[in-house]
Design a protein around this ligand. Structure first.
Ligand code: HEC
Length: 127
């Protein structure tokens, strides 16, 4: 997937990342986006704030279908009474990297990185 890697590398650089990436670039990018956009409510360990912000650890949304998870984050929760902000300003590659990070970190899933094309498809469906 050279093209996806190029996109992720661009995202990585524009995010002002540390100069020395260790390990998987997508995971590093995903973690940075998580820390910037999600950590304040869901906490660094993904356990959330009881009674306010649900845990992502043991969340069926995080561990379940990537399509549904992408849709949740893009819309802020689908429903008529959306309680979470919508994060549709994230690019397809950014959201894919973020999803790969939270699925690995909080659901313990060992899987291939989420593809930006999955996010693109869900974004189109939601329009
Ligand atoms: C301002 C606080 C806030 C921020 C920031 C935030 N969330 Fe949420 N999140 C919530 C709340 C509140 C809910 C419950 C919403 C609902 O049930 O409709 C939620 C629900 C979720 C769920 C569903 C959890 C479950 O099992 O019910 C996921 C997944 C999720 N958020 C992911 C994210 C991601 C990824 C980010 C960063 C891009 C993020 N959230 C940023 C407050 C926040």
């Amino acid at each position: 997937m050279p093209r996806a890697h190029a996109i992720l590398a661009a995202v990585f650089c524009s995010a002002g990342a540390a100069a020395q990436p260790s390990g998987d670039v997508p995971d590093v990018v995903g973690q940075q986006i998580y820390e910037r956009d999600c950590l304040a409510c869901h906490m660094g360990d993904g356990r959330g704030v009881p009674g306010m912000n649900p845990a992502l650890v043991s969340s069926a949304w995080v561990a379940g279908s990537p399509d549904a998870l992408a849709g949740f984050i893009l819309t802020g929760g689908y429903g008529p009474e959306v309680l979470m902000a919508s994060f549709d300003y994230l690019s397809d590659a950014e959201l894919a990297a973020l999803m790969s990070y939270i699925r690995a970190a909080f659901a313990g899933l060992q899987e291939a990185p989420i593809e930006a094309s999955l996010v693109e498809r869900m974004r189109d469906q939601l329009q």
